[in-house]
Design a protein around this ligand. Sequence first.
Ligand code: KIV
Length: 258
Amino acid sequence: MSKNIANWEKAKREGRKLAFITAYDYPFARMADEAGLDGILIGDSLGMMVAGHADTLRVSLRQMVYHTGIVARAAKKALIMADLPFGSFEASPAQAFEASAELIKAGADIVKLEGGAVMAETTAFLSARAIPVCAHIGLTPQHIRQFGGFRRQGKTPEAAKILLEDAKTLTAAGARMLLMEAIPAEVAAEITRAIDIPTIGIGAGPGTDAQILVLHDVLGLNTDRAPSFARAYVNGAALMREALGQYAEDVRSNKFPE
Ligand code: KIV
């Protein structure tokens, strides 16, 4: 696909599905790009997948800028989306602009921020100042303290209605994409039909314009916390453990080096 977000909007109009993945480092970002992924998200999930934390709340802007630079150096074709981490954007639109500018300078094509209609003012502020925004609603992991954990959202008709209103408000504010996480498939599909911007789903059923999964879940590297909606396409952890064990064995038995 393309780094030009207008092409993503065209893909939505034409009904072409798009595939996103997260990546945090050079070799995996390069592989994702070479494999033809349309977009790569430097997610704040790196706090969990790379740093081993139980949630995303400890990730700093500095870490996001560092990893965004690495991924942007590796991926030549895919759209680069970077997360605004917890605490870097909520206080004011001006704070969000400063943080977003850091991510754009590091190589992001678009920034993602968590939150519903409350983030409309910030979304409009950023959009008017050359920062494309992807809004993230539903299960927003930066809100787990409020949600009481990683819980599916939008399950009641009232909650679903709020998500639809959030989506419309954020679109009107200038968001260029909308990510929906862990919400009922029919709610995500309805929202996708109701707005013109491309939607990206994770644990939100097949009715969104694009899908995203966390790299470590797809490659079977997340051995302890993979969510039920994820799909592992290879048992990467087993393959790599075997290779590492073989190397250690070869050293001990004088088979390496020859
Ligand atoms: O941080 C992340 O990886 C994300 C995805 C789960 C969408 O926000």
